[in-house]
Design a protein around this ligand. Structure first.
Ligand SMILES: NC(=O)c1ccc[n+]([C@@H]2O[C@H](COP(=O)([O-])OP(=O)(O)OC[C@H]3O[C@@H](n4cnc5c(N)ncnc54)[C@H](OP(=O)(O)O)[C@@H]3O)[C@@H](O)[C@H]2O)c1
Length: 325
């Protein structure tokens, strides 16, 4: 029996998901939902997707779906994911799960209440390069972990209409790319931060364009950067008392390198497709095993990330218009 996926949203990132899905044995894409009849129909035809709908609710009600991938802009994640949970259909929700802790908590409660599988699409978490990083740390190869440095930022052209710069679409670097270094620290230290100190640049459209954060975790320190108006180095470094580990392009890691004294050891894990295949396989395995949450990216960790993002936004003075209505 194949595993039948559906898309809620059909924008930029849906193509990455489609490409990965095509290479996952036993998976197929059976439906897509959008907001505009012509656009969603054209998308379904272009990619040979059997069914298309102009509402996620209609797609869910039609049934014949084993899981939904929600890939609308951030503020639209909640309604689509709640609808999915409400119809008892497992759901993979793009990051950030929702723009704020309150709404993420609402979704977490709904999923847990219904006993339906839900997971934030924090795909980095499932990349095999991280198995090597964990193994080296557990073996004490870098001694005691002391510091993580991790940034993710790119310089996009300022476009007030684009979701990246639109407060109404919860734009800004923190929720678009800042969640990656935050999730990496959460994974590394297996904990929420004890203190978070953030500063940054809020641009003319009112979203965070460049943020730097210092945080203290029970197990060590972290320094993060994220930006949509600055090119940042995306090599994460985990420093310990005896050595360090470099993870180039950490958000899409395909290798990690251990440095200890004169020893340099690289562990390579090229993507089979684009890296999304691992999170797709995680969802399918969890659903087939009857799990309501992934052990690797449980709902409580998504809520924790949303709480940290709220703290950072508070310090920057960034709010979204839909929060003040
Ligand atoms: N994991 C990753 O590497 C990665 C990378 C990029 C983005 N993302 C995440 O994926 C999500 C989508 O990003 P994207 O770059 O793909 O965005 P996008 O290209 O703007 O696509 C958004 C999609 O949602 C639909 N949509 C727009 N506004 C909507 C609304 N209010 N309600 C329902 N549907 C709406 C759009 O179709 P219509 O306008 O035709 O309805 C379009 O199909 C974001 O949350 C982002 O954080 C993840």
């Amino acid at each position: 029996m194949t595993f039948r996926w559906a898309l809620a949203g059909h924008g930029h990132i849906s193509s990455t998901f489609r490409d990965a899905l095509a290479a996952v044995p036993g998976a197929e894409l059976v439906a897509v939902a959008g907001r505009d009849t012509n656009r969603v129909k054209a998308y379904a035809e272009a990619h040979a997707i059997p069914k298309h709908y102009v509402s996620t609710a209609d797609m869910l009600d039609a049934g014949g779906i084993d899981a939904v991938y929600v890939c609308t802009p951030h503020p639209a994640h909640l309604d689509a994911a709640l609808a999915s949970v409400g119809t008892k259909i497992p759901v993979l929700v793009e990051k950030p799960m929702t723009p704020a802790a309150g709404t993420t908590g609402q979704l977490v409660d709904a999923a847990r209440g219904a006993g339906v599988f839900a997971m934030e699409a924090m795909w980095t978490r499932f990349l095999p390069a991280y198995l090597s990083v964990r193994e080296w740390i557990d073996q004490g190869r870098i001694g005691d972990v002391q510091l993580l440095t991790a940034s993710f930022g790119f310089r996009a052209e300022l476009d007030a209409e684009h979701r990246l710069f639109s407060p109404a679409l919860a734009g800004g670097g923190l929720l678009d790319v800042g969640v990656y270094p935050l999730a990496l620290a959460q994974w590394l230290y297996a904990s929420a931060p004890e203190t978070v100190v953030a500063t940054g640049v809020v641009g003319e459209t009112g979203v965070d364009e460049h943020v730097v954060v210092s945080a203290r975790y029970p197990g060590g320190l972290a320094q993060f950067g994220c930006a949509v108006r600055a090119n940042l180095d995306t090599c994460a470094v985990v420093r310990g008392t005896e050595g360090h580990i470099e993870i180039p392009a950490f958000w899409s890691a395909q290798s990690a390198t251990l440095h200890r004294g004169d020893t340099i050891e690289t562990s390579s894990h090229p993507h089979r497709v684009n890296g999304f295949e691992h999170q797709i396989e995680e969802v399918m395995a969890c659903v087939r095993e009857g799990k309501a949450e992934s052990d690797k990216m449980p709902l409580g960790q998504s809520l924790e990330l949303a709480e940290v993002c709220d703290q950072i936004r508070n310090q920057l003075g960034v709010t979204y218009p839909f929060e003040t209505q």
